[in-house]
Design a protein around this ligand. Structure first.
Ligand SMILES: NC(=O)c1ccc[n+]([C@@H]2O[C@H](COP(=O)([O-])OP(=O)(O)OC[C@H]3O[C@@H](n4cnc5c(N)ncnc54)[C@H](OP(=O)(O)O)[C@@H]3O)[C@@H](O)[C@H]2O)c1
Length: 236
């Protein structure tokens, strides 16, 4: 896809990978609607990225809020070509130590939020004749499960299945669907866990550049799923 002057939605744009993807997209000449709950962080990013980054304060788990925002923002004349379903949370605990609230927050954010946003955007995409692209941020933990990742892995394995079904369903509407499964990235993601970030982890900017490459593939080429790993996972 030629990226200049396209319109994108990035969920979870207020920090980490979503902020890096938003920056990379704006640098390609794309207008980005950056969604998160923390409006202050979104405004800080907007100060850096300029008028092509539009901060949107929205909780993607709220059905009415998502539907109202999409209906009030987009129309047949103003419609996104790119959707990055990136917002996500993770709680890493033994199953008998995980609260139902933590489990539900992961399902609501990682999975239900992805459905809510996609189901609003896909009808708008279907009305456009050109190529469109949905990128779902999964995880390596959606391909290999580990102890204390049951809830998170459940959502990310689901993301893989959701993405594969969508790519087969939407290919004839010229909508590409890619599930990007990164290994550990050095972000705030682990703030709710005992996992310590270290510089051998992937860097958000590098994952974002890979996503730009995936978006730029020729119109007849689809990368449906990709795993990105850090070369050396543990700091020595
Ligand atoms: N870091 C890693 O090692 C890693 C590895 C593989 C995959 N991933 C995936 O990468 C994605 C981004 O994570 P990250 O590493 O960048 O972590 P992060 O820095 O914690 O970012 C998570 C983002 O999601 C947003 N978010 C959370 N709940 C939301 C909600 N209900 N509505 C709207 N936005 C919400 C947060 O913003 P607000 O709090 O402002 O709403 C934040 O912008 C996630 O899907 C994660 O599962 C991360």
């Amino acid at each position: 896809m030629e990226l200049k002057n396209k319109i994108a939605i990035v969920t979870g744009a207020s920090s980490g990978l979503g902020a890096a993807i938003s920056k990379a997209l704006v640098h390609q000449g794309i207008k980005v609607y950056g969604i998160a709950r923390n409006l202050q962080n979104l405004h800080l990013l907007s100060d850096r990225l300029g008028e092509n980054f539009i901060p949107v304060s929205l909780d993607i788990t709220h059905v009415e809020a998502v539907n109202t925002w999409a209906k009030n923002t987009f129309s047949e004349k103003l419609s996104p070509q790119i959707l990055i379903n990136n917002a996500g949370v993770g709680y890493f605990r033994k199953i008998d130590e995980m609260s139902y609230e933590e489990w539900k927050t992961m399902i609501d954010t990682n999975l239900n939020g992805t459905f809510l946003m996609s189901s609003q955007v896909i009808p708008l995409m279907k009305k456009q004749g050109n190529i469109k692209h949905i990128i779902n941020i999964g995880s390596i933990m959606g391909t290999i499960a580990q102890p204390e990742s049951s809830g998170y892995s459940a959502t990310k394995f689901a993301m893989q299945g959701f993405s594969e079904a969508l790519f087969k369903e939407l290919r004839y509407d010229k909508i590409k669907v890619t599930c990007v499964n990164p290994g550990s990235i050095e972000t705030d993601f682990f703030k709710n866990s005992d996992i310590k970030t270290h510089s051998n982890m992937l860097h958000a900017d590098d994952v974002a550049e890979t996503i730009i490459h995936i978006l730029k593939t020729p119109d007849n080429v689809l990368i449906d799923s990709i795993i990105i790993r850090p070369l050396i996972p543990q700091a020595k």
